[in-house]
Structure formats: structure tokens, C-alpha cells
Ligand binder design. Structure first.
Ligand code: NAG
Ligand code: NAG
Ligand code: NAG
Ligand code: NAG
Ligand code: NAG
Ligand code: NAG
Ligand code: NAG
Ligand code: NAG
Ligand code: NAG
Ligand code: NAG
Ligand code: NAG
Ligand code: NAG
Length: 619
């Protein structure tokens, strides 16, 4: 018995040493997220929504640059789940990205622990469930990465940090929305806009029914707050404004902006912003916080308006009267583009590191590859409504792409995604971009669809160098901002227009490129960039799959060994009996750690049974 106890203790030490060596001395932050259904009535109609730890929205995960984040996600839904972390770069570890091209889904009743480092990042992000249209039902929450104390903020330390999550909302549940899309239908106008999971304040008794709970943000007069706003909605761009208050824009998706006041700002689906807001009004009443639908006919879309209340501690009454006006630009398409281009990088501010954000002179680097991604309105392929990039509607992977590589699964995907639209009929395919490690690429998004779209790239931030109406041509490069373009991970692309981004491919792995508009994404408007370092030796540019990697698709037969706690202890037991075993694994560049462990675990199992038989005879 003593032998057994000793082994266990030794084993724990081994594990600690292993973890320690992987994650240096940076602190760990542990979170438990339980994802489940609850019934809620945010717009006055009871419906099934997805809660995290019982709440909609879920908790804010608040960490500091370089923390190792450990998130144990428990799936209490009746369908598969993956949580994804857009904007978090997951450096060297696309294994944690939480989309089907990188992870096998967490089945119902299972849990899975994500572990990643928020290396050299600061800023405002959010997490959400990436499968099955679940985001339309909730499951999201804010993800904040604060700066280390030694790195100064480019503004005075705010008096408080407030999260506001906005998004369009349907009273239909996500399975009903999915069914509509599967049947080739348009989702139609949303039923409203939620602010922090709540419906609108009753600013107008005709438009807003009685009995709806609204959000109230409590503040003190004279103070300045950092307000982080995320649009987590399905497909509606929202204009965000606070009555009588200036929004001083300070940060977007991980980069500090040149600070500028806006009376309102368009926040597209998937985008995040930090504003500094000073409570400089006389509090003669509360103030409206508004998120209203953009680029639609306001008189028809009136109900698609979120209204919360900004309440000063010395407020003398409730907010009354009409809402503050949205931009009046129905006949001026340049207004929104100019606003987007006015959001620029503060090149002299420090980001996550002490060196200035502008020290990477992106404007003077030669582009190595150009990709033009064209989107068109959804069309019918093989009798189904689908959405495309360059005429390809992506088929969700059965086997995650890098896992397929590691285990030499043939035919899991194709590396032939075209760099520009081809003149061929649209098709369904699992085509991925064969991108070049250390390339400096230009991606031109040409939106020939009828709606404004959000484009998102996982694993990276890109420089939004240009945006305009019409067809992009090589001459369009003359208009690029080569000095202080904003760096972010989600950009808008206006209908009938284009947006150009530049990105340095320094993060090995496989990374999702997608329309963040949930309907278009669901219908296949996405692909992946596969980036491998042909010279990678020893996990330097890409980490091996994590020990808890889940298997599925062509690799599902491997799953049973790894999941049981029992086999974990067998493994552990033997690691202790044969010290150093884990350290002396063969160091092949392409070796698959998972496979090694698995084959050994089978061997160990037999050995263990023999050994325990021997022990019981001795006792
Ligand atoms: C989801 O919506 C569909 C269609 O309205 C309905 O039949 C179903 O019962 C709903 N599911 C839940 C769990 O509320
Ligand atoms: C599941 O959660 C338990 C704790 O609740 C944890 O010990 C275990 O490691 C988790 N399993 C996985 C695969 O993350
Ligand atoms: C995050 O944590 C920092 C302290 O570490 C705190 O100042 C800040 O208010 C927190 N932000 C949010 C949004 O919770
Ligand atoms: C409420 O909204 C309706 C419909 O837009 C409008 O006719 C009415 O004047 C509004 N009421 C008030 C008090 O603003
Ligand atoms: C923004 O507006 C505030 C008033 O709300 C003002 O004090 C500040 O100087 C303005 N900042 C800039 C950069 O315009
Ligand atoms: C408070 O400010 C509002 C508008 O900014 C103004 O109309 C009102 O007269 C002010 N009230 C007091 C008591 O100063
Ligand atoms: C918006 O819709 C209303 C009602 O259908 C219509 O009268 C109006 O002309 C539309 N406005 C614009 C700018 O299209
Ligand atoms: C840029 O950042 C610096 C800090 O390095 C700050 O002093 C300055 O005010 C910022 N400029 C703008 C325009 O936001
Ligand atoms: C970029 O390309 C130009 C011409 O093709 C060349 O002259 C220049 O040296 C290149 N710059 C860099 C930084 O490689
Ligand atoms: C992918 O690109 C690399 C060069 O970057 C090339 O060697 C390889 O053959 C390409 N693979 C395919 C399948 O096109
Ligand atoms: C789509 O492209 C066609 C042909 O280039 C053009 O005539 C049409 O105006 C475009 N539509 C949009 C919404 O961009
Ligand atoms: C890479 O990681 C795998 C799995 O952890 C390990 O077996 C291998 O020894 C590592 N290679 C090097 C050179 O560290």
C-alpha cells in the first residue's frame, strides 16, 4: 500500500513538473463554465436560452497578459458543444481554438478543459458557442485581458470597468432558427435587441410591452468608466450611443486606438470596443443607452432596438422622451465607411509589451500572397441553400484538420482553396487555404452580397488598410493606410464594396476564416488557413496536441482510451514506476504525441494487470 501511495505522490510531482515546464512561471487562472439550457423571457416571450453558470450572458473571464487560462467547460446541453475565443491568438496552439476545424466537439454530458496562454495580448474579447447556431440562443460572455501593471495604459486609469453585451435576438429558439435555414428560408427581421441579456427599457409604451426586464448601469457623477461593448448577435449591425454622453474610443479587439470622441458608433457583428465615458452630465434624469439596427429602414425595424438605462447615483428621475437619434445617413453611404476608416491605431502607445504598437512597420513590408475572397447572396447547391466564398461552400470537418495531419488521415480536407474567384459553378467542398508560414499576405474581401458582413480571422489580428464601395482593383492599393491602420480580428465589409487587410502569418496552426454573421457562417461561408512551419523541430512553432485531446471522425476509435479516468491513473502509475519515461519519448519532428501515449497505454494496461496480480499475491 505504501508503495502505491508513494507512487501516486511521485506521480503528482511529475505532473506538476510537466505542467511547469510547459507554461513557465506565468500565473494560472482557472474557470469552470457550465453550459445549460434555462427558460427566460428577455423579450416577454418564454423561450429556451443557453446559459453559462446559470446566467445569460455568462460570466466575464478577466485575466492579465500572459496568464495561462484553464477553462473546464461542462456540456449540459442535449447537443455537441465547443466554446471559441475570437481574437485570442492561441499562439502555437490552434488545438484550443474551439471550432470544428481544430477541435472535436464536446458531446452532451461531457466536459473538456481548454488550456491556453493569452500571450502578449491585452484588450476586449468575448467567448461563444461555435456550433449549431447556439450563439443565437446565448452561451456568450466577455473575455477581458488586462495589461500588466508595469505597462502603462495610454489613458488615466478608469474609475471602473463595465461590460455591455449587445446583439439582435429572436424569440424562436436556436433549433427553430436552424430548421428555418435548413429549409432554405431567410430568418427575417429579429424580434429585438438584448443588452446584457435583457430586453428594452419601456421608453415608449406602444413599442415596448409591459413586464420586460431591462438593464441598468449604475455610475457615480464625475467618474470616468471604461465601457467594453461586444456585438454578439446573429447578423445585425448595431449603432451604439449613450444619451448626452461622448464615447471616447480607446481600444478595439486588442489594440489601443487614437482616442477620438464619437456621439455614436456602428458595432458590427462580432466586434468589440472599449470607450472611456465621463459622467459629466447633471443627472437631472437617467440617460438612455441605445443599440439600434443599422443599414435598414428604421421605421420598419423600430422594434430591433435595445435600450438600457445609465443611472447616476445622484439621478433625479427616470429617463423620458425620445431616444437619441441614430446617424441620419440614409442617402450617404460614405458616412459609415468614413467612420470605419477614422478608427486608427495609436502608434506610440504600448500594447501588451513596452514597445510601441506602431513599431511593426506593416506598411513597408512586401506582400507575398494575395487572396481575394468574394461573397455573393446565398444560392442553391445540390438542392440546399448555401453561402460561399469564391464559389465554395465549406463542408464542416469530421476530423479536425491538424489532428488529421498528425495521424496521417488521408482525404480529410483539400489544400486547394482558390486565391481568387474561379469562373466555375458553386460547389460544396472542404477546401482549405495552403498558406505560407512567415508570409505577409493581403486579403481582399469583396462583398457582392446584399447585406453588410463581418469577416473574422482566428489566431491573428490584421491591419484594416482599406475599405470602399465598388470593385477592388490593383489601383485600390493607392488608397491604403500604410501608417496607422487599426489592427483587429473582425472587420465589416459593406454590400457592393470591399475591405482589404494585411496580416503577417507568424502563428502556426489551422485558423478559421469566416463570415461572423451567423446565418452566412452556418450556410458555409468560411474556410481555414493551414499554416505549417516546414522546419519545425521540437514543438517550437506549434505545440503538440494537448494530453486531453478529443478524437472524432476518422479518429473516433482512439477516443475510448483517453477519456476514462482509470486509464489516466494507469498511465500515471506507470510513469512513476518507470521514471523519466515521458521525458524520453522519441523526438521526431512529425511525431504524434497522442498516438505514442495511446499505444503505450495499451501496453501499460496489460503490464498493470500483471503487476497488480503480483502485488495482491505478495500482500
Ligand atoms: C424550440 O422551438 C420549436 C419550434 O417553435 C419548438 O417546437 C420546441 O419545443 C422548442 N424547444 C424548446 C426546448 O423550447
Ligand atoms: C471534467 O471536470 C472535472 C472536474 O469537475 C475534472 O477533474 C476533469 O479533468 C474534467 N475532464 C476533462 C476531460 O476536462
Ligand atoms: C478585471 O480585473 C481588473 C483587476 O485585475 C479590474 O480592475 C477590472 O475592473 C476587471 N474588469 C472587469 C470587466 O471585470
Ligand atoms: C411611441 O412610438 C410610436 C410608434 O413609433 C409613436 O407613434 C409614438 O409617438 C411614440 N410615443 C411617444 C410617447 O413617444
Ligand atoms: C471628448 O469629449 C470629452 C467630453 O465628454 C472632452 O472632455 C474631451 O476633451 C474630448 N476628447 C477628445 C480627444 O476629443
Ligand atoms: C441639465 O442638463 C440638461 C441638458 O444637458 C439641461 O436641459 C438642464 O437644464 C440641466 N438641468 C439643470 C438643473 O442644470
Ligand atoms: C421605409 O419604410 C416605410 C414604410 O414601408 C416607407 O414608407 C419608407 O419610404 C421607407 N423608407 C426608406 C428610406 O426606404
Ligand atoms: C497615444 O498613446 C499615448 C501614450 O503612449 C498617449 O499619451 C496619447 O494620448 C495617445 N494618443 C491618442 C491620440 O490617443
Ligand atoms: C520590396 O520589393 C521591392 C521591389 O519588388 C524591393 O525593391 C524591396 O527591396 C522589397 N522590400 C523589402 C523590405 O523586401
Ligand atoms: C502548399 O504550399 C507549399 C509551399 O508553401 C508547397 O510546398 C506544397 O506543395 C503546397 N501543398 C499543396 C497541397 O498544394
Ligand atoms: C455584384 O456584382 C455584379 C457584377 O459585378 C454587379 O453588377 C452588382 O452590382 C454587384 N452587387 C453587389 C451588391 O455588389
Ligand atoms: C514535442 O511534444 C511531444 C509531445 O509532448 C513530445 O513527445 C516531444 O518530445 C516534443 N519534442 C521536443 C523536441 O520537445
Amino acid at each position: 500500500m505504501a508503495l502505491l501511495a508513494g507512487s501516486v505522490a511521485l506521480c503528482l510531482i511529475h505532473i506538476a513538473v510537466l505542467l511547469g515546464s510547459c507554461f513557465a512561471a506565468d500565473p494560472f487562472a482557472n474557470f469552470e463554465l457550465e453550459v445549460s439550457y434555462i427558460t427566460a423571457s428577455p423579450l416577454g416571450v418564454p423561450q429556451q436560452v443557453i446559459a453559462v453558470n446559470g446566467k445569460l450572458p455568462g460570466p466575464t473571464l478577466n485575466v492579465t497578459t500572459n496568464y495561462n487560462v484553464v477553462v473546464n467547460v461542462k456540456n449540459k446541453l442535449d447537443e455537441n458543444l465547443l466554446i471559441t475565443w475570437p481574437g485570442i491568438e492561441m499562439r502555437r496552439s490552434s488545438w484550443q481554438d474551439g471550432v470544428l476545424g481544430t477541435n472535436c466537439p464536446i458531446p452532451p454530458k461531457w466536459n473538456w478543459t481548454y488550456q491556453f496562454q493569452v500571450k502578449d495580448q491585452i484588450g476586449s474579447y468575448f467567448y461563444f458557442p461555435s456550433l449549431n447556431f447556439q450563439r443565437a440562443a446565448g452561451g456568450f460572455g466577455s473575455f477581458v485581458v488586462t495589461n500588466r501593471d508595469i505597462i502603462p495604459l495610454p489613458f488615466d486609469t478608469p474609475d471602473g470597468d463595465i461590460v455591455i453585451i449587445i446583439g439582435d435576438w429572436y424569440t424562436r429558439n436556436h433549433t427553430a432558427l436552424r430548421a428555418a435555414l435548413d429549409a432554405g428560408k431567410d430568418l427575417g427581421m429579429p424580434d429585438g435587441v438584448l443588452i446584457n441579456g435583457k430586453g428594452p427599457f419601456r421608453y415608449n409604451s406602444t413599442l415596448v410591452p409591459d413586464g420586460i426586464q431591462h438593464e441598468t448601469i449604475n455610475v457615480d457623477p464625475g467618474k470616468t468608466y471604461r465601457i467594453r461593448v461586444h456585438n454578439v448577435g446573429v447578423s445585425t449591425c448595431l449603432n451604439f450611443r449613450i444619451q448626452n454622453h461622448n464615447l471616447l474610443l480607446a481600444e478595439t479587439e486588442g489594440h489601443y486606438t487614437a482616442q477620438q470622441n464619437y456621439s455614436s458608433l456602428d458595432i458590427h457583428v462580432g466586434q468589440s470596443y472599449s470607450f472611456l465615458v465621463t459622467m459629466d452630465q447633471n443627472a437631472s434624469s437617467d440617460y438612455y443607452i441605445v443599440a439600434s439596427a443599422r443599414f435598414v429602414n428604421q421605421s420598419i425595424w423600430q422594434r430591433v432596438t435595445g435600450v438600457a438605462v445609465l443611472h447616476y447615483s445622484n439621478s433625479k428621475g427616470t429617463a423620458t422622451g425620445p431616444l437619441p437619434d441614430p446617424p441620419n445617413d440614409a442617402y450617404d453611404t460614405s458616412y459609415a465607411v468614413n467612420q470605419a476608416l477614422s478608427i486608427r491605431l495609436n502608434v506610440s502607445a504600448s500594447g501588451a509589451r513596452p514597445n510601441p504598437q506602431g513599431s511593426f512597420h506593416y506598411g513597408s513590408i512586401n506582400v507575398t500572397d494575395v487572396y481575394v475572397l468574394r461573397s455573393v447572396p446565398p444560392l442553391t447547391i445540390d438542392g440546399k441553400l448555401r453561402a460561399t466564398f469564391n464559389g465554395i461552400s465549406f463542408v464542416k470537418p469530421d476530423t479536425p484538420i491538424r489532428l488529421a495531419d498528425q495521424f496521417k488521415v488521408q482525404g480529410a480536407y483539400k489544400l486547394d482553396f482558390p486565391a481568387s474567384p474561379l469562373g466555375r459553378p458553386p460547389q460544396l467542398d472542404r477546401s482549405v487555404i495552403n498558406a505560407t508560414y512567415k508570409g505577409f499576405i493581403e486579403v481582399v474581401l469583396q462583398n457582392n452580397d446584399t447585406v453588410v458582413q463581418s469577416f473574422h480571422m482566428d489566431g491573428y489580428s490584421f491591419f484594416v488598410v482599406g475599405m470602399a464601395y465598388g470593385e477592388w482593383t490593383e489601383n485600390s492599393r493607392g488608397s491604403y493606410n500604410r501608417w496607422d491602420a487599426i489592427s483587429r480580428s473582425t472587420t465589416q465589409v459593406f454590400p457592393g464594396g470591399w475591405t482589404a487587410v494585411l496580416v503577417s502569418l507568424d502563428n502556426v496552426g489551422v485558423w478559421n476564416l469566416r463570415a461572423e454573421n451567423l446565418d452566412r457562417w452556418y450556410l458555409g461561408q468560411e474556410t481555414y488557413m493551414r499554416i505549417v512551419n516546414p522546419e519545425d523541430v521540437g514543438n517550437k512553432t506549434e505545440l503538440p496536441p494537448p494530453d486531453n485531446v478529443l478524437f472524432c471522425g476518422a479518429l473516433s476509435h482512439l477516443q475510448k482510451y483517453i477519456i476514462t479516468l482509470v486509464s489516466f491513473w494507469f498511465l500515471c502509475f506507470f510513469q512513476c514506476l518507470i521514471p523519466g519515461l515521458l521525458y524520453s519519448r522519441p523526438q521526431k519532428a512529425d511525431s504524434s504525441a497522442g498516438a505514442t501515449i495511446l499505444r503505450r497505454s495499451e501496453l501499460y494496461l496489460t503490464l498493470l494487470m500483471m503487476l497488480s496480480a503480483a502485488i495482491s499475491v505478495l500482500l
